[in-house]
Design a binder for this molecule. Sequence first.
Ligand SMILES: [Zn+2]
Length: 298
Amino acid sequence: MRSRFPAIALALVVVLVGEGWAAAYCRSSVCKVDGKTIHGKVCAPPADDDCGTVLQWRQPCVGFALAKAGSRQVSLAEIEKVAKVSFAAWTTIDCGGGQHPSIEVDDLGIVSCGKVEYNQHGGNANIIVFRDDEWPHMDDGGGTTDTIALTTVTYDVTKGDIFDADMEINSVQNTFTTSDTMVDVDLRSVMTHEAGHFLGLAHSTVMDATMFPNYTNGTLDLRAPKDDDQQAICNAYPPDRTPRGTCDGLPRHGFSPECQATQTEGSCAFVPASSGLSLVALLPFAALLGLARRRRRC
Ligand SMILES: [Zn+2]
């Protein structure tokens, strides 16, 4: 998610729509292009550059955990509260007839590990981590970035199964607020957007959608998924889906509060890696849209 610089973001969208890019919501996908695996999207209605297999958590329940370092800006208790509400904004959507998306997101508590990683041979956690001191994704060489938060999703490149998702919040360059008044960067808006990525959604071209790639400081609008977002999550997790496995919220290879480097072999987090595991690719979603920043520098 990026800061919105009104004139720039607006101009960009007008250009894209003007070229016939009229898609609405999109789901993230994995594509093979010229033998290379790339991150793509599949939109509804379809767009010319749609490609590949859509990403989805196959199980009925997934868990998230908070990195214990928290943030100097917001207490851990408050972060936890906001995270729960942000995920619930998606999972409680009415897909018709009072039925909800067939995915549940559970709070697995606090973890020691604050690293974005997926362990193929050890326990995992889908973490939410604040970067108070250094934002590791500077993208323009000038020591700044417009990225407010970034969700990295790890998935099976052949089937699109999501294995892991980690959410990083850029609290170095943004001042987060949680109240309904005196809003700077609304944590709940940002987390709701990132929760959409966590669940496999890509950016939407609908300007008031929660999954639109830009956020305007001082606003609360992204807190509530719009019609477009609702269609996206109900398409990704239809109520009549047959999920794989039981609802335990545990990550692949077990839950581990420790990073890979400090996990102890023989601990309960260790189970043999699945032999069917294919290549996984790291997907930094928000890094795909650096346009606002580049235009601003012109
Ligand atoms: Zn985004």
